[in-house]
Design a binder for this molecule. Structure first.
Ligand code: SF4
Ligand code: SF4
Length: 112
């Protein structure tokens, strides 16, 4: 999900579908204080361990999934509460990604 860096009219600010649709896995080096942390990095308490080399945003493998870092209401107004330190899968995912409309459809939102 891309938010503050996007134009004010970004559909992401009233969507959030990808944050309630996919597992978000990344290397522990992106955790806060890690060698590859973006900005403040991700607080370990917001993640669950998967393997020695993978951690997962908590909630993204729940049923139904919802990332613990997401605030707001899907399809209305949402915000990533760790935007500056969000992990690489979230930085690489935006409205150009093929799975964007898949996530939106899953949440009952129209394609972009
Ligand atoms: S599903 Fe697409 S439009 Fe919705 S928040 Fe994610 S990237 Fe933005
Ligand atoms: S870290 Fe932020 S952008 Fe990534 S899935 Fe969670 S709420 Fe969405």
């Amino acid at each position: 999900m891309a938010l503050p860096g996007q134009p004010a009219v970004s559909p992401c600010q009233s969507c959030g579908a990808c944050c309630v649709s996919f597992r978000v896995d990344f290397h522990p080096a992106e955790l806060a204080g890690g060698a590859f942390a973006w900005g403040p990095g991700v607080l370990p308490a917001m993640t669950v361990p998967v393997t020695a080399n993978i951690v997962r945003m908590a909630g993204t493998d729940a049923s139904p999934p919802r990332c613990v870092a997401l605030a707001g209401e899907i399809g209305s107004a949402v915000k990533c509460t760790i935007y500056d330190g969000r992990p690489s899968p979230c930085r690489e995912f935006d409205t150009e990604h093929a799975a964007c409309n898949r996530a939106r459809q899953r949440c009952g939102l129209p394609p972009l």
